[in-house]
Design a protein around this ligand. Structure first.
Ligand SMILES: NC(=O)c1ccc[n+]([C@@H]2O[C@H](COP(=O)([O-])OP(=O)(O)OC[C@H]3O[C@@H](n4cnc5c(N)ncnc54)[C@H](OP(=O)(O)O)[C@@H]3O)[C@@H](O)[C@H]2O)c1
Length: 328
């Protein structure tokens, strides 16, 4: 079978597609024929050796897939060959076949296609956990989403609306903001051309935002914190801009603001029941048409490294996926 291989940490352009042996499932694993593998920001960091997780070399990147079960390990009871599934794999996804732990595999919800299935769990679970469990977002509150047209950003807009918030989407281009409005944002800020803090204050009548969802970091975080209302909450999701901002703590004191870290993957280990409840909620919202993963582009396996480069270059809207069996 063919797989995208990272032979050494370095430029994304060095990734190669090679023929490798089919993996054999261990006792608690399933072997999946990959139909779609979505691209997430950490994929780009991981192959460059810039992520907190550094897999032993060589390895195949790709953390989130959907596909059809080919075979299962001796102790797997819930899946059988032919089942349509979603799996969080950590690595291995950009390949024709991929192993997954059965505990990190779930059935593809009815009515969901493979592309949407591969684009759902990581982003939407992060946003639901962040907004509900960490941010305690309430109906009627104002939510500002930074990097709003990206993977987690789009999911935060949809979930914010589903929770009854007024959502202000902030992104770097009008083109990206058009997508944000399409998925439900009430207002937008182009932080490429507008002053983020002033615009949030203007849109909230000087009160400020109740919650800021920040997957970007860099120069955007401090103005967003300055535009938080009394007892507003900053949700620290990630640092796609590359720089981890340093915030003067008097900004927290002055308005009893909270700076709240969000680490979805780790939270599922601390609170597995809460994670299952969130998955259930997402399934319900999907079935009701409240959330719809936005897959903006599809790539064959041969172009998987172009897809990873695209996310590193700030060029992705919503999610992009690799379809290993797609031959253009
Ligand atoms: N904490 C958690 O549990 C958790 C879970 C999932 C993801 N994350 C993190 O969340 C972040 C976003 O992930 P994602 O998959 O949504 O990525 P994404 O689709 O690439 O979105 C990130 C957004 O950041 C903005 N950005 C600003 N400067 C950038 C730069 N120099 N390079 C790239 N993007 C830049 C871009 O929007 P504009 O062009 O509009 O500024 C982009 O749309 C990543 O840091 C990821 O590691 C954290």
């Amino acid at each position: 079978m063919k797989a995208l291989i990272c032979e050494g940490y370095g430029p994304i352009a060095n990734l190669v597609v090679k023929d490798v042996p089919s993996p054999v499932p261990g006792p608690k694993q399933v072997l999946i024929e990959v139909k779609a593998a979505s691209v997430n920001f950490p994929d780009a960091l991981m192959v460059q050796g810039l992520y907190q997780v550094k897999p032993p070399l060589p390895f195949t990147p790709g953390a989130e897939i959907s596909g059809i079960v080919k075979s299962v390990g001796a102790e797997v009871r819930h899946y059988k060959a032919g089942d349509r599934v979603i799996a969080l794999t950590g690595t291995g996804g950009f390949a024709e076949e991929c192993l997954a732990e059965s505990a990190k595999t779930m059935p593809l919800p009815a009515g969901m296609d493979f592309d949407a299935g591969a684009a759902l769990v990581l982003t939407y679970c992060t946003s639901l956990h962040g907004l509900k469990d960490c941010g305690h977002l309430k109906a009627g509150e104002t939510l500002v989403v930074l990097g709003a047209a990206g993977g987690v950003g789009i999911s935060a807009i949809e979930i914010g609306k589903a929770m009854g918030a007024r959502v202000i989407a902030a992104a770097s281009s009008d083109d990206k903001l058009e997508l944000c409005r399409k998925v439900g944002a009430d207002e937008t800020v182009n932080y490429g051309t507008e002053n983020l803090k002033d615009r949030i204050n203007e849109l909230t009548g000087g009160k400020g935002a109740d919650v800021v969802y920040d997957p970007v970091g860099g120069p955007y975080t401090e103005p967003a914190v300055r535009a938080l209302a009394w007892r507003g909450r900053l949700l620290i999701i990630g640092f796609a801009a590359g720089e981890i901002p340093k915030i003067p703590l008097n900004l927290a004191l002055l308005k009893e603001r909270s700076l709240v870290g969000v680490y979805w993957g780790e939270s599922t280990r601390h609170d597995p029941a809460g994670h299952l409840a969130n998955l259930h909620q997402l399934n319900e919202w999907f079935a009701a048409g409240v959330i719809r993963p936005v897959v903006s582009e599809r790539f064959p396996l041969a172009a998987a490294k172009d897809a990873i480069a695209k996310i590193a270059n700030r060029e992705v809207k919503g999610k992009i996926v690799v379809n290993p069996s797609y031959r253009p």
